[in-house]
Structures are given as C-alpha cells and as structure tokens.
Design a protein around this ligand. Structure first.
Ligand SMILES: Cc1cc2nc3c(=O)[nH]c(=O)nc-3n(C[C@H](O)[C@H](O)[C@H](O)COP(=O)(O)OP(=O)(O)OC[C@H]3O[C@@H](n4cnc5c(N)ncnc54)[C@H](O)[C@@H]3O)c2cc1C
Ligand code: FES
Length: 324
C-alpha cells in the first residue's frame, strides 16, 4: 500500500483510496470542494514521488512540471511526500452588498482585494471562516468593476449556500482562493458567432463573459440561452433585455422547460434549444455553464451541430454527492 508523508509523519493509504480521503481519515485538513477534479481547491504538491498522470488532468503544464496534483482524484501508485502549499493566493474581502435576484438566488457583491486579478467568467473558492468549508462560485463581474459579483443558489440542506443565505451579512469579512478556471473569452476573431448557454446560476459566468466580449468590441452575433425549469427560476431578465436593446448583435433567449413562457422566450429542453433556433453552428465558439449533466449534453449537441471541440468551453458546477 502506498504511503503518504506529510510534515515528517507517514500515513498508509488504503487500496484505491484518494490522497484527500486518506489525509481526512487521519485528521489532516486539505481544503476541498467538488471532490471530483473540477474546482482545483484541493491542489497540492508532491515534494517526492510522482503523482499519477490522471490526478493532474486539467492543470497547466507549468503546474504539472512542478508536481502539483489534485488530491481528490489522486489514487497514488507509489509513496509520496506532500506539501500543502497551494498555488492560489488567499484573499480577504468584505461583503459590500447582499440582495435577492429571485427567491432561490442571492447576489453578493464583495470588495476587490488589493492585487486580485481575474478574467470575467473565472471562479473563486470561497471559504466559510468558522470551519474553512470551501465552495466554488463563478464571477459575474467584470475586472473593470469596483466589486466582485457572485450569484449563489440555495441548495436544500446546503452547508455553504444555506450559510450565505441565512447568516452572512453586509460588512462581514470572508476569505477566498483564486481565481481559477479557463472558461473565459480570449479576444481574437471578433466576427465569430458565439453561443452562451446555461441553467440557473450558470448565468453568473455567462453574464460576465457576455459583457466582457462586448466590451472588447466583439462584432459577431452573440446568443445567450438562459434556462430554468419554470419562470420563477429565471433572473436578471430585464437587465439582459436591456443589454440586447443596447447591442444589436446580442440576442437573449430566456428558456423554461414548462409553464408560462416569458416574453421573447422559448419552451423546451435547453440541451436542444440552441440547435433548434440556430441550426448549424459550424464556426461558433461556445461557453456552457451550470448543471453538470446539462453541460455535458449541451457539449455533445454543440459538437453534433458543428462546433469543434476546441471551441467549446465549459464550466460544469460539479458538487460533492451526498454521502447518504
Ligand atoms: C467551478 C464551479 C463553479 C461554481 N459556480 C457556482 C455559482 O456561480 N453559483 C452557485 O450557486 N453554485 C456554483 N457552484 C456550486 C457550488 O460550489 C456548491 O456546490 C453549491 O453552492 C452547494 O454547496 P453547499 O455547501 O450549499 O451544499 P452541500 O452542503 O455541499 O450539499 C448539500 C446537498 O445538496 C447536494 N447538492 C449540492 N449542490 C447541488 C446542486 N448544485 N444541485 C443539486 N444538489 C446539490 C449535495 O449532494 C448534498 O446532498 C460551482 C461549482 C463549481 C465546481
Ligand atoms: S478538484 Fe479536488 S476538491 Fe475540487
């Protein structure tokens, strides 16, 4: 059985056990969130030994070269000595504003800590002060704005989202790591048509990306499909209609699966709606965010409609499945 050495102590890893689970079992805290290799909260470094290649999937070459890996998906094949120094700096921020966007989604505006730089559409790993519980939230703001904006959906029994809704208040101080993620607009090819599609708070990164590319002078058509099960689940409908009125190339489609359809909106399965409305999407660039299963189906549909895989960027909001 492989052994993990940390700060001079050695721990035995069970067969098939991840480094994260092994260290947690021994009472060593490694910050984690999604526990499935998506959010990079648990990134640590092998000081001796080689982590398996699959535990480095999605990491930049420069990090791989320094032996960084994701503890939650690392099932070691050999002994490792690890260091917990992450690569993302930790920042402290103040809650400037907290307001409801609909009954289940709250908007937080945080002060921008000195030295924090990000691209619209990236996410941060937000830390609850009392116990270091960490969860990822996408940035809806633009780097040029004087606040960081998050849209947080209340999840039933959700530890972090419940705390944000019920306890966190204006003036409170919170820490976060980041930024992380590569679902953002890279200027270039300004006439390329763009698809933005997502469900629920998947709108947060899409709202940032949409405004970012418009600010960069993108001239190609931009189609934003925002979906919810029913009308009350949509939010920022008016802001997005205003954006569409101000930019002739920006098209907004509020979508619902059932019930009343908003003005100018669509009814149906979000996975099928973009191809139904736009037809062939050959030559498009796509950004897909939100529910992991829907993002996955949308990826397949975009590919089938002609978008090359290298032009499909996605940010699935992966979460830790309940232990029950
Ligand atoms: C890259 C990334 C970006 C993200 N961005 C956002 C964002 O901008 N806005 C946002 O609201 N969330 C976002 N998330 C999801 C967020 O990180 C948390 O997973 C979510 O807020 C739930 O955390 P919690 O502590 O409240 O729930 P937990 O206490 O972790 O979970 C409580 C219960 O709910 C289940 N559960 C957790 N999340 C969900 C879910 N989404 N749907 C259904 N069941 C769930 C769990 O399995 C568990 O049974 C993002 C996730 C990732 C990986
Ligand atoms: S990548 Fe390991 S906790 Fe998210």
């Amino acid at each position: 059985m492989p052994r993990i050495t940390f700060e001079g102590k050695t721990y035995e890893c069970h067969d098939g056990e991840t480094v994260l689970d092994c260290m947690t079992r021994h009472g060593v805290l490694i910050p984690s969130s999604c526990q499935s290799g998506a959010c990079q909260t648990c990134m640590i470094r092998a000081l001796e030994g080689t982590p398996p290649a699959e535990s480095q999937s999605g990491l930049k070459d420069t990090l791989i070269a320094q032996n960084y890996f994701l503890a939650c998906i690392c099932r070691p094949k050999e002994d490792l000595t690890i260091g917990l120094t992450g690569v993302s700096p930790r920042y402290t921020s103040e809650v400037l504003e907290k307001s409801l966007l609909n009954e289940q989604v709250v908007r937080l505006r945080l002060s921008v800590p000195e030295g924090f730089a990000y691209r619209a559409g990236q996410f941060i790993n937000f830390v609850r002060p009392e116990d270091e519980l960490t969860r990822s939230y996408s940035l809806a703001s633009l780097p040029s704005e004087p606040f960081l904006e998050l849209h947080v959906k209340r999840v039933p029994e959700g530890q972090m989202s419940g705390w944000i809704f019920d306890v966190l208040g204006q003036g409170d101080r919170v820490d976060f790591y980041g930024p992380a993620g590569d679902c953002f607009y890279i200027p270039g090819n300004p006439e390329q048509p763009i698809l933005l599609a997502g469900t629920g708070t998947g709108l947060a990164p899409l709202y940032g990306i949409a405004r970012d590319l418009l600010a960069h002078g993108h001239t190609g058509d931009v189609h934003l499909f925002h979906a919810s099960l029913a009308l009350p689940g949509l939010y920022m409908v008016e802001e997005l209609r205003v954006l569409a009125r101000e930019h002739a190339a920006f098209h907004y489609y509020p979508c619902v699966l059932h019930g009343e359809v908003p003005e100018g909106g669509l009814q149906g399965n979000i996975s099928e709606l973009p191809a139904r409305v736009l037809g062939s999407m050959t030559g498009y660039r796509a950004f897909l965010c939100g529910d992991p299963a829907i993002v996955n189906t949308l990826r397949q549909q975009c590919f089938l409609a002609g978008i090359s895989m290298q032009h499909i960027h996605s940010d699935p909001f992966v979460f830790t499945p309940s232990a029950a």
